[in-house]
Design a protein. Structure first.
Length: 207
């Protein structure tokens, strides 16, 4: 299914339809503040397995991010965060960043094996925020890209995405053209921040 949403004012009935799909083991493609992403309800093992099959990876080896509506979900999936790290995150989010943090025991069982860290995203996107708030928990997600991690141009066009994925996912959300650059990834799981990927987010937040 193809659903068009206005990022400034997404329709409540459309958001609820998407949430119902996620609660029923659905997998969706949706816009963020960076590239289009593919994801599912973090509490649904069948949906996580389907997402892994689409990405052709084993769940325990997946490097999915947890997309949250705000920082209130952090304590659910991470160990206590140092104040210095929290200040950086509060300054950067919502925004085009993924923060790698030390995981706690609440990471879904499918992903737990050898899983010591977790990626946290809070996109600056009303569509994301409304979906996650209505769902009540994060979406486990990964960006749409090729195996070499280069974002393909056609992934910015939701209509082309729908043509490519309409038989593979339950819903493709059209939130307008996406960006061609992914989030900046910063690893805070050790004492010092390590920039794993420089994307849309400025590194000035570390200064």
């Amino acid at each position: 299914m193809f659903i068009r949403l206005n990022n400034d004012h997404p329709q409540v009935k459309d958001i609820q339809f998407i949430v119902n799909c996620l609660k029923n083991d659905g997998v969706i493609i949706y816009p963020t503040d960076t590239v289009y992403s593919i994801g599912c309800d973090i509490t649904k093992p069948k949906a996580i397995e389907k997402l892994c099959r689409l990405k052709n990876i084993k769940p325990e080896k997946a490097n999915f991010s947890f997309v949250c509506s705000d920082l209130s979900h952090l304590s659910q999936f991470t160990t206590p965060i140092p104040n210095s790290v929290f200040r950086v995150m509060k300054k950067a989010l919502p925004g085009p960043y993924t923060f790698i943090l030390e995981a706690n025991g609440n990471v879904p069982k499918l992903l737990k094996q050898n899983k010591k860290t977790v990626g946290i995203r809070v996109p600056n996107s009303n569509i994301c925020r409304h979906i996650i708030e209505a769902l009540g928990n994060p979406i486990i997600t990964t960006s749409l890209h090729n195996p070499s991690d280069d974002i393909l141009e056609y992934f910015a066009d939701p209509e082309v995405i729908h043509q490519e994925y309409q038989d593979k996912v339950d819903i493709v959300i059209d939130g307008g053209f996406g960006n061609l650059y992914a989030s900046t990834v910063i690893d805070f799981s050790s004492n010092e921040p390590i920039v794993l990927r420089e994307g849309m987010g400025s590194l000035d937040i570390l200064n």
